[in-house]
Design a protein around this ligand. Structure first.
Ligand code: T1G
Length: 709
C-alpha cells in the first residue's frame, strides 16, 4: 500500500485513510493507493462495508494544484486518470461510506460522490471551487453532482465555486447523515447499518436531472448571471456547459464532454493566472527574514484613533473578528457621527443578508467609543486613522507612546506618509508599523503592511498573523512614498489623465480599462475616492513633479471648480442622487478649452493604446519597486493589485500579466512611449535587464530565492 493511503479494519468494516498533509490533496500516489485499497477490500470476505476518511484536519481538498503546471507542460498525466478509479469505487460490491470533516473540495467531493453514502460532521464544507482556479471539475463532478442535488444547485456550486456547509449538503442530498461526536465511529455505525443494502451508484441516478423544458430557463439565467457577476471569466460558462451536458447525454459521454471543457480551461491563460493567484495569496504571508517560529504578541484588544470613514471601517473589522476595540475621536459630535455611520453600515449588511441582527448586536457591543487616551493603557494594538497630515500624526503617536503599555503595537493607516518619520516621534520605533487599509476598510481584503527601518520582527509576524485573523490579506512592503500600491497607481492615473488631454473622452478611457477587466475605470475610481484627496497631496508635495516634466492639468482645475467627484455630485462625471454616473459634456468642453490653452494636440486614441499606457505604467513602476526592494516578490505586487485596486484576477496581476505578454514586448513598447512622451516613460532598469536576458518577473523572484537560500 502507498504510505499516503492506509487500509485498516474494525470488526467487518474496512477503513481507508488518506494521509497526505496538509490537506490530503490527490497528489501522485494517493489515487493509486485508493485504487489498491478498494481492490483489497473487494477480495476480503471478512469485509461487509468500507469507510473512507481523511487523516488530519480535513477530508480531500482536491487534486494537487501543484501538479497542474506539470500537466500543462506535458510532464505528468492529466486529471482524467482519476475517473476510472472513481468508477472502481462506485462499482465496489460493498457499500463505500465517505466520512467528511474539514473540506471535501474539487476532486475531494468528486471522490465522495463516487462513494455510495456520505456522512459528515457539523460545519464540514463540500464544494467544487475549481472555477476559482480558472478550470472546471475534471473528474466527473459536473456529471455526478446534478444527479445528486439537481441542476440548479449543481450549477450554483460548479459555476460560482462557493462551498456549502454539511447541513445544507444534507438538505440538498449530498450528505446522508450528520454525525455528532467522533466521525470515524459514527461512520462505522452508519456503514454497518447500510452493509446489507444494495449499493447506490450516483452515476445511475437520473431522477433529479429535470426535463429540457424545466432546465432551459435555468441554464439561460445561469449564463446571464455568470456573464454579469463573473465578467470576463471563461470557466463559469464552461462549467454551465458541462452540467447541461449531464442533462442531455449518458454519463460516459458526459464525462468525455466534461474532459474537453476541462482541458480547454486548464490550458488557458486565465487558469494559469488564477493558479498563480492561489499560491500567491499563500506566499505573501512568508517573509524571508521573519521565520514562521518568530514569536507573536498576543492581541486581545485593539484601539482606533479617528472615527472617520476609515477609522469606523477599521473598528468594524476588529469587531467582526471578535476583538474588542476602542474608538477614539477628539469630540463627542465626531464620535457620534462615526458610531452612527458604523451602525448604518451594519444595518445595510443585515439588509443584504451578510450578517444576522444578532451578529451585529454582539459586534456593536465590542466597539467602545471614547474621548480619552487614558483608556488605551491595556490595548495590544492601536491603529491611527486621523487626517493625512504629518504634524497631526506625530502628535497622536507621541501621545500613544506616553499612554500605551511597552509591548503595544503602534500602527498608522497612512496611505502615503513616511513611517520612519512617524516612528521617530516615539521612543519605541521598533513597535511602529504601517497598516494601510483600503476603503471601505470593512470590505476591501487588502492590508498593506509597511515595514519601517526599525520595525521589529515580532511586530511584523504579529501583524501578518493578525491580518488573517481579521479576514485580510496582509502584504508586507517597504517604506517609500505611496508604498507599493499607491506609488504604482500614480503613473497609472497620470496616463489616464494624459489620454483624456490627448483626445480620448473620459468614458472611453474608463471603458477600455473596464473591458480589460478592471473593476472600475481609473477616472470613475478617482471620483469615488474623491479628487480632492490627491489634490491636497499634490499641494502638500509640489516636489512630486519635477520642473519641465509634463504633469496632468485637468484634475487640479476640476478641483478648483469644487468638482471633487461623487461626494460633490460632479468630478470627471456628473452624478445623480443615487450616485449614478453620466458623462458630463461640460467636462469635455473644459478639457478641450484647457488643452488648447496648454497647446496639447488632440487625436483619436484606440482602446489598445489606452490599456497599454495605463497598464504598462503600472508594470514599469512595479519593476522599480521590485528592484529597489520595496516589494519582496512580483507576486506580492500582483496580490496587492487584485485585492486593493480591482485588477482582474484572471490576468494574474500587473506583473504576471506583463510576463504573459512577454517582457521583451512590454519593454519595447515602453521604449517607444519613452520616445513619444519623454522621461516619464524611462524604462525601469530591471525591466530592461530581464527583457534583454529573455527572463520574466517570475524568474527574477526565483533568482532572488536562489541567492537568499
Ligand atoms: N493542492 C496543492 N496544495 C494545496 C491544495 C491543493 N489542492 N490546497 C491547499 N494546498 C496547500 C497550500 O498551498 C498551503 O501550502 C497548504 O496546503 C495549506 O493551505 C480533479 C481539477 C483546503 C480550504 O481548489 O481552498 O480538484 O502555503 O493555507 O487556509 O476536478 O487550501 O503551506 O506551502 O490554504 O486551512 C480544487 C484549494 C482543486 C481547494 C484549506 N480544490 N485549497 O485552507 O490552508 S482542483 C481547491 C483550499 C480539482 C478536480 C479538480 C484551501 C483549504 P503552503 P491553506 P487553509
Amino acid at each position: 500500500m502507498s504510505e499516503l493511503v492506509r487500509l485498516t479494519k474494525q470488526d467487518d468494516v474496512a477503513i481507508i485513510t488518506i494521509d497526505n498533509p496538509p490537506v490530503n490533496a490527490l497528489s501522485p500516489g494517493v489515487p493509486e493507493g485508493i485504487a489498491e485499497a478498494i481492490e483489497l477490500v473487494e477480495k476480503d470476505n471478512g469485509v461487509v462495508a468500507v469507510v473512507m476518511i481523511g487523516a488530519g484536519r480535513t477530508f480531500v481538498a482536491g487534486a494537487d494544484i501543484k501538479e497542474f503546471g506539470k500537466m500543462t507542460s506535458g510532464q505528468s498525466a492529466r486529471v482524467d486518470g482519476f475517473k476510472p478509479i472513481l468508477l472502481r469505487i462506485e462499482d465496489c460490491r460493498k457499500p463505500v461510506v465517505m466520512a467528511i470533516h474539514g473540506t471535501a473540495f474539487g476532486g475531494g467531493l468528486e471522490l465522495a460522490m463516487a462513494g455510495h453514502y456520505r456522512v459528515a460532521v457539523p460545519g464540514a464544507q463540500v464544494g467544487q471551487p475549481e472555477v476559482k482556479l480558472g478550470i472546471i471539475p475534471g473528474a466527473a463532478g459536473t456529471q455526478r453532482l446534478p444527479r445528486l442535488v439537481g441542476v440548479a444547485q449543481a450549477i450554483a456550486m460548479c459555476a460560482e465555486g462557493s462551498p456549502i456547509k454539511a447541513e445544507e449538503a444534507a438538505a440538498t442530498g449530498i450528505v446522508d447523515r450528520i454525525v455528532q461526536g467522533d466521525l470515524l465511529a459514527g461512520a462505522i455505525v452508519f456503514a454497518k447499518e447500510v452493509a446489507s443494502n444494495p449499493v447506490r451508484k450516483t452515476r445511475e441516478r437520473t431522477d433529479r436531472l429535470g426535463t429540457p423544458e424545466e432546465n432551459e430557463s435555468i441554464f439561460a439565467a445561469a449564463r446571464e448571471n455568470a456573464r454579469k457577476r463573473q465578467r470576463g471569466l471563461l470557466a463559469p460558462l464552461a462549467a454551465i456547459d458541462a452540467v447541461e451536458v449531464a442533462t442531455k447525454l449518458p454519463f460516459e459521454e458526459g464525462c468525455l464532454a466534461e474532459n474537453d471543457l476541462f482541458t480547454r480551461c486548464l490550458f488557458s491563460d486565465q487558469s494559469k493566472a488564477l493558479i498563480h493567484v492561489f499560491f500567491g495569496e499563500r506566499e505573501v504571508s512568508k517573509i524571508p527574514d521573519v521565520p514562521k517560529e518568530t514569536p507573536v504578541i498576543p492581541v486581545n484588544g485593539a484601539a482606533v484613533v479617528g472615527a472617520g470613514t476609515m477609522g469606523g471601517g477599521i473598528a468594524m473589522v476588529f469587531a467582526n473578528a471578535g476583538i474588542p476595540v476602542l474608538l477614539k475621536d477628539t469630540d463627542q459630535a465626531a464620535l457620534n457621527r462615526g458610531f452612527a455611520s458604523i451602525q448604518k453600515n451594519y444595518a445595510n449588511s443585515v439588509k443584504r443578508g451578510r450578517f444576522t441582527q444578532q451578529f451585529v448586536d454582539e459586534r456593536l457591543k465590542l466597539i467602545q467609543p471614547t474621548l480619552s487616551y487614558e483608556d488605551f493603557t491595556d490595548t495590544d494594538i492601536v491603529i491611527e486613522a486621523v487626517f493625512e497630515s504629518m504634524t497631526l500624526k506625530k502628535e497622536v503617536f507621541a501621545e500613544l507612546d506616553r499612554v500605551c503599555k511597552p509591548s503595544a503595537i503602534l500602527a498608522s493607516n497612512t496611505s502615503t506618509l513616511n513611517i520612519d518619520e512617524i516612528a521617530a516621534s516615539t521612543s519605541r520605533p521598533q513597535f511602529v508599523i504601517g497598516t494601510h487599509f483600503f476603503s471601505p476598510a470593512n470590505v476591501m481584503r487588502l492590508l498593506e503592511l509597511v515595514r519601517g527601518e526599525s520595525t521589529g520582527k515580532e511586530v511584523i509576524a504579529t501583524c501578518m498573523q493578525l491580518s488573517r485573523r481579521i479576514g485580510k490579506i496582509g502584504v508586507l512592503v517597504g517604506n517609500c512614498f505611496g508604498f507599493a500600491g499607491n506609488r504604482m497607481f500614480q503613473p497609472y492615473r497620470r496616463e489616464a489623465q494624459f489620454l483624456v488631454e490627448e483626445g480620448a473622452s473620459v468614458e472611453t478611457v474608463d471603458r477600455a480599462l473596464y473591458d480589460f477587466g478592471m473593476a472600475m475605470g481609473p477616472l470613475a475610481t478617482a471620483d469615488l475616492a474623491g479628487l480632492d484627496v490627491g489634490w491636497r497631496i499634490r499641494k502638500e508635495h509640489p516636489d512630486l513633479y519635477k520642473p519641465g516634466v509634463r504633469r496632468p492639468i485637468v484634475e487640479d482645475r476640476l478641483c478648483e471648480l469644487g468638482r471633487f467627484g461623487q461626494k460633490t455630485g460632479a468630478g470627471w462625471y456628473k452624478y445623480d442622487e443615487n450616485r449614478r454616473a453620466t458623462p458630463d459634456p461640460e467636462v469635455a468642453e473644459l478639457v478641450r478649452k484647457w488643452t488648447a490653452e496648454a497647446g496639447i494636440t488632440q487625436r483619436q486614441l484606440a482602446p489598445e493604446e489606452i490599456v497599454e499606457r495605463c497598464i504598462y505604467a503600472l508594470v514599469n513602476e512595479g519593476a522599480r519597486i521590485l528592484e529597489e526592494g520595496y516589494a519582496l516578490r512580483a507576486v506580492d505586487i500582483d496580490i496587492i493589485y487584485l485585492n486593493g485596486y480591482g485588477f482582474p484576477a484572471y490576468r494574474g496581476g500587473p506583473m504576471w500579466y506583463a510576463d504573459t505578454v512577454g517582457l521583451k514586448k512590454v519593454y519595447e513598447r515602453v521604449c517607444e512611449l519613452r520616445q513619444q512622451h519623454g522621461v516619464l516613460w524611462e524604462p525601469a532598469p530591471l525591466l530592461k535587464r530581464l527583457s534583454e536576458e529573455g527572463k520574466s518577473f517570475a524568474d527574477f523572484h526565483r533568482q532572488q530565492d536562489a541567492s537568499s537560500a
